[in-house]
Design a protein around this ligand. Sequence first.
Ligand SMILES: Nc1ncnc2c1ncn2[C@@H]1O[C@H](COP(=O)(O)OP(=O)(O)OP(=O)(O)O)[C@@H](O)[C@H]1O
Ligand SMILES: [Mg+2]
Length: 433
Amino acid sequence: MKCFQYYFKDKSRSRGQRSAPELKQRSTTKTDDSSCTTDGMINSSCSENSQRGISEMYEEKAHNLRVFSFSELRNATNGFSRLFKIGEGGFGNVYKGSIKPADGEGDPIVVAIKKLNGDGFQGHKQWVTEVQFLGVLEHPNLVKLLGYCAVDGERGIQRLLVYEFMRNKSLDDHLFNKAYPVLPWKTRLQIILGAAQGLAFLHEGLEVQVIYRDFKTSNVLLDEDLKPKLSDFGLAREGPMAGRTHVSTAVVGTYGYAAPDYIETGHLTARSDVWSFGVVLYEILTGRRSLERNRPKVEQKLLEWVKQFPADSKKFGLIMDPRLENQYSMSAARRIARLADSCLLKSAKDRPKMSQVAETLEQIIQDSSEGSPSKNSFEATGNDDLIDSSKKLDHVEASKSWKRRMAHLAKLSEHVDDASRRRFAIMQRAKVP
Ligand SMILES: Nc1ncnc2c1ncn2[C@@H]1O[C@H](COP(=O)(O)OP(=O)(O)OP(=O)(O)O)[C@@H](O)[C@H]1O
Ligand SMILES: [Mg+2]
């Protein structure tokens, strides 16, 4: 690939080891994908209305990231041992490790270390993007990048990322892996609200707009309190320049989550993320993945299947995750389905902004806690507002279930070797009309 040229500013580290990703761009291909500069750095679409782009912001904050040597990270993971592997994605394997604190004092810190597979340019490009975006972005609902390692040796390149360790894996695991206890309704809502707030921050809370481009359950990581944090910024890019409606890019993302208008045209906007969010809302309701090949044909594509059960119809309840065993508020579920439908509108500009989505979710959560948690065996009667006289009982049950969940998770975390599935990333050129 032509773009396969990159360079790093060597900050006098050991031979072969490179330091912070260099920020200055060489020539760029303006209308092409963000990262397609000749050196693989972010093509800041930094706008007339934003003062600075991510690259400029990164220059200020780069010093906050630790630069690790390869041997430090190799030691931290016992030589990238299988026993320390906690996950696997398109980028490479993820390991649990333990590193010394930055000042060398105190107890070791548990971290997650992601190691790039192979030495292709795509991987390198995503690595640079991730370092630059996560080096700049700070929010309670975004995972914290602690540092990185880049080595260009005779045997190829090594690219690694070091993150805060998220004890409870991902929303994907809790929602779809039957080995995990059922994720209770209220916890689902809290998780999805946090994720919405993270996305709203990216879209609307910074001087430059950030489009995430890979919103899906496996990228929503959960900390010890099941607080959600978005991870994986390798596909992120800056929003359109002032006066522009979209960014033209190569189409990247994940099957089942990417907005059809974006796939069709390569025109990327923040509303592409809103679409993906709508998909995840339906996954939360149904406990089904956006694509499930092992189901009957009419049920394989989640969005097509749920269309047969509209939010305002009597049969709506049939789509709800059976593992919830009716322990949810039907009126809240219907409101969430309506919200999802608005996120999934065909025309991107008709979809709500993420801040509106987050507000609506907050409202739904607030209303359902003012009402009450619930048993839901009423769908046949059409009774939408749930009355639960046994609040106290619910509370006791919830706390028992929470204890069971935590005990189960403690057990699971002993098994650091996880056989997580590989995802498909869409890597095709945009069909620009
Ligand atoms: N910071 C972290 N703390 C703890 N576990 C993590 C962390 N980052 C990733 N993981 C684990 O590694 C798994 C794989 O993550 P990764 O992002 O590489 O792949 P993915 O999200 O499943 O797929 P994709 O490559 O399409 O994003 C996650 O599902 C999670 O269980
Ligand atoms: Mg991921």
